[in-house]
Design a protein around this ligand. Structure first.
Ligand SMILES: CSC[C@H]1O[C@H](OP(=O)(O)O)[C@H](O)[C@@H]1O
Length: 348
């Protein structure tokens, strides 16, 4: 059995270990998953989060699921794997990478069906490891493509965390920033805090400081002000699902940032791998938006900040219409409008 380790995930033998992103930046603690149910919980509770990271994690969850019934009959194994795939697919609804990765693992099972059990498990491990290792290379390609729109001295606003922690490593939007810095460009990142889970304050700021990249933390409600002050030359964010027409679902608040960017004549880029593009979803109207616990709104950690029982809304994502998106940066290049043509072309 192989060993794999990145910032976000570590696979060895019969367990998947991940940094507990709920505890960052004040504690670097790890969670070990030894079965598919524990992986389901890790995704559901956002111990690990971010579209590509969710996909890779689910792939290892599928592998762990197969190892749970190693000596069972073919019929029991097939039935169990159907249950495992369904369970993992119910962890979170918006990031299409989850479903893409589970389909890829199921294809690996089907195409290697008939191998003696040990060999079958080894083929599933190769498939999960390929998803993880490919993600890092994809992010580096995407980063290089995106760095072509970043100039020396640019101020860049980013929302949420589309960094190494949202992927297997390197990041998507933050991958573009890393590539620009590697090319010697002096950039200044403005990370907003991204209520309610605070991915910007807790994760993006942590990652960029660790990487020695200039970062300024701002409150979510300061995006318009920094744009008006002239600090921002472009916006770079990630995505959880991109529809065939280019509409993009991303962390709640992204739509507001896109509107502000348009108002200030600032380019607004999405950075995402093609595994985040869902050509079977025609437009953003059809993207399922996850509604999360109201406790995420009424508490910061264990600190209550709102009255008990107050009514809340907590959609985890919103959809930015393609009309507000300057370009979609992928590992195959930068898609430009009309997206229903340019995105489909990326798969040919
Ligand atoms: C590179 S995908 C990052 C994407 O995922 C985040 O959502 P969550 O933290 O809830 O998993 C957010 O939308 C990021 O842009």
């Amino acid at each position: 059995m192989s060993h794999f380790k990145s910032l976000t995930l570590e696979w060895s033998e019969d367990r998947l270990k991940m940094i507990d992103q709920r505890k960052l930046p004040t504690a670097e603690e790890y969670v070990e998953c030894r079965n598919h149910e524990e992986v389901y919980v890790a995704i559901r509770e956002m111990i690990v989060r971010g579209a590509p990271a969710i996909g890779a994690t689910a792939a290892f969850g599928y592998l762990l699921g197969a190892k749970e019934v190693l000596d069972a009959s073919d019929e029991v194994l097939l039935d169990h794997m159907t249950t495992v795939k369904k369970r993992l697919s119910e962890s979170r609804p918006t990031a299409v990478n989850l479903f893409w990765a589970l389909d890829r693992m199921e294809n690996a099972l089907n195409s290697n069906w008939g191998l003696e059990r040990k060999k079958l498990i080894e083929s599933l491990e190769r498939a999960a490891l390929s998803i993880a290792k490919e993600d890092i290379e994809i992010n580096k390609s995407l980063g290089r493509n995106g760095a072509t729109v970043v100039r020396d001295g640019d101020g860049i606003l980013t929302h949420c965390n589309a960094g190494a922690l949202a992927t297997v490593d390197y990041g998507t939007a933050l991958g573009v920033m890393r590539a620009a810095v590697e090319q010697g460009k002096r950039i200044k990142i403005f990370a907003d805090e991204t209520r309610p889970y605070l991915q910007g304050a807790r994760l993006t700021a942590w990652e960029l400081i660790k990487s020695g990249i200039d970062v300024t933390l701002i409150c979510d409600n300061m995006a318009g002000w920094v744009m008006k002050k002239g600090f921002i030359d472009l916006v770079l964010v990630g995505a959880d699902r991109i529809a065939a027409n280019g509409d993009a679902a991303n962390k709640i608040g992204t739509y507001s940032v896109a509107i502000l960017a348009q108002r200030h004549g600032i380019p607004f880029y999405i950075a995402a791998p093609l595994s985040t593009v869902d050509l079977t979803t025609a437009s953003g109207e059809e993207i399922p938006i996850e509604e999360r616990s109201h406790r995420e709104i009424t508490h910061i950690g264990n600190q209550q900040i709102a009255p008990e029982g107050v009514r809340c809304l907590n959609p985890a994502f919103d959809v930015t219409p393609s009309s507000l998106i300057t370009g979609i940066i992928t590992e195959k290049g930068i898609a430009r409008p009309p997206y229903d043509v340019s995105l489909r072309g990326m798969f040919e």
